[in-house]
Design a protein around this ligand. Structure first.
Ligand code: GLN
Length: 496
């Protein structure tokens, strides 16, 4: 990226950069205080139990990424990306305004749902226009995505700092209000910038011409869809009746959502393999996307604990008073964005350097490294929690190092994964498969939330074992990928 940053990029990229920066300002800013607000019963928070709060948190962050599927569909079929982003931004801002009203439980949940719907409309579509700006693909598109990723993280750092500070030090609702102001600024940038610099991009799609074949196909797809929904309803009802999950609680609802996400993804992959009319080469590439999907879901389920278990650890068990000043615990979440801003150029140059020598690791190897690093981060947390269990506060260095290795892992997986999905997906399925990439994030976020439910103050002793589970799981899958990277790479059929 360092060598390509000097190349001229279209002005439209910077419109998207700043619009997404402000959207992420509001998203990460609010997310930084969300769990604390749910747990708090002293400063006007919701006062929920740990397990319930973590489940609400997981459900919210997971829906945000899951809703990118209908958001992408709406943009592809009805609105066009630009309108979807504009309306999405307005809905997000309204959601934060609702959250800023100290109006009790239902107001709060309405606000949360509104933000999730708006983000579903905006998030994947804004990345699609970035891709659209570079029809030739190639290295310039990769560079554009790296610049865009910096915008994401700049927004997250600013948001966590300002929203986190206002929410934790002054008043929760003031924090949520600041998130609304951030989104407003994003809308202003997008409104004026897109008029001038994004003409002709992300427009309303052409009306699809229907033929008897396409009608028959969409008819049978609809039937399959209804069948799947009916099966899921039956299965979940059976689980509920047998008392295996209780969907009247937030935790049970989150478990139910997990089952739905896993089943839908599984059926989607089976469907595309069996009925997608794919060539043998395309089929193999779908196998690779399945492997990457699993790896990404496992990675995010560890990584996204930044806002759940790691946030709780920062708040309760980390020494964060420096010279009489107490740092807001939400600020720890800033280490991710800050490390991205530091390491993104370093990693980009590293890949370029290794490529020149012919040693650039294959994508499955980069995914494996990401999994090993997320495991390493949780190994550090296991050490930290062994101190916390004795009743002492752990040094802030533990979380700092954890965030550092997690961020390097993110850089091995997230931008690489985004671009691999656009390259490996058969052309006619690109947007659906992009949606599936975010579904992996959705699943990861859900698991990350559910996991933090085990963080009971009464059961402090189990914390090291909980962290160890995450390490074993991610390292296990990472090692498998390291063993089998060659066949996976061969399935990619020549795509780098
Ligand atoms: N941090 C990135 C973003 O906010 C990636 C999130 C994800 O895909 N889980 O866009």
């Amino acid at each position: 990226m360092t060598s390509t940053i000097s190349q001229k990029h279209p002005r439209g990229l910077y419109v998207l950069f700043f619009a997404e920066m402000w959207e992420r300002f509001s998203f990460y800013g609010m997310r930084a205080i969300l769990l604390l607000f749910l747990l708090d019963n002293v400063r006007g928070g919701m006062g929920l139990e740990a397990a319930e709060a973590a489940a609400v948190y997981g459900l919210y962050t997971s829906s945000v990424y899951l809703l990118t599927l209908p958001g992408g569909w709406l943009a592809d079929n009805i609105l066009g990306q630009k309108k979807a982003i504009w309306y999405g931004g307005i809905v997000i801002m309204l959601g934060h305004i609702i959250l800023a009203i100290p109006g009790g439980t239902s107001t709060f949940f309405i606000g949360l749902v509104t933000v999730a719907i708006g983000t579903g409309l905006l998030k994947a579509n804004i990345s699609s226009i970035v891709g659209e700006l570079y029809p030739e693909g190639g290295a310039r598109r990769d560079a554009a995505f790296s610049i865009f990723y910096m915008g994401i993280n700049l927004g997250s750092v600013l948001g966590i700092t300002i929203v986190g500070y206002l929410g934790q030090k002054i008043n929760w609702h003031m924090g949520f209000g600041a998130a609304a102001v951030g989104m407003l600024l994003g809308l202003v940038v997008f409104h004026f910038g897109s008029k001038k610099y994004l003409k002709g991009y992300g427009e309303v799609p052409p009306v699809k011409i229907s033929t008897p074949e396409s009608d028959a196909k969409s008819g049978s797809e609809k039937k399959l869809g209804y069948g799947l929904v009916a099966m899921l309803v039956l299965f979940l009802s059976a689980l509920q009746l047998k008392g295996l999950i209780d969907m009247t609680t937030a935790q049970g609802l989150a478990q139910g959502a997990g089952i739905i996400i896993v089943t839908v993804s599984l059926f989607y992959f089976i469907y595309i393999l069996v009925a997608g009319g794919l060539t043998p080469v395309e089929k193999k590439r779908i196998y690779v996307l399945i492997v990457f999907f699993l790896a990404a879901a496992i990675f995010w389920s560890g990584f996204e604990q930044a806002g759940s278990s790691l946030q709780i650890f920062a708040e309760r068990y980390t020494q964060r008073t420096f010279g009489g000043w107490e740092m807001p615990s939400s600020w720890f979440q800033n280490f991710n964005g800050t490390f991205i801003l530091i390491f993104a150029p370093v990693m980009a140059s590293l890949w370029i350097f290794l490529s020149a020598k012919g040693y650039n690791p294959a994508t499955p190897v980069k995914f494996a490294i990401a999994l090993l690093l997320v495991g390493a981060g949780f190994f550090i947390m296991e050490m930290a929690s062994k101190i916390a269990v004795t009743g002492q506060l752990a040094s802030p260095l533990f979380l700092t190092f954890t965030y550092m290795v997690h961020t390097i892992g993110e850089l091995c997986l997230s931008p690489v994964g985004l671009s691999s999905y656009t390259k490996l997906a058969p052309k006619r399925y690109v947007s659906q498969l992009m949606g599936i990439w975010f579904v992996a994030a959705s699943l990861g976020n859900l698991i990350a939330g559910l996991f933090a439910g085990g963080f009971d103050e009464e059961n402090l002793q189990q914390m090291p074992a909980l962290f160890q589970q995450v390490t074993l799981f991610s390292v296990g899958f990472g090692v498998l990928l390291l063993i089998f990277w060659k066949p996976v790479k061969n399935w990619m059929g020549g795509i780098q």
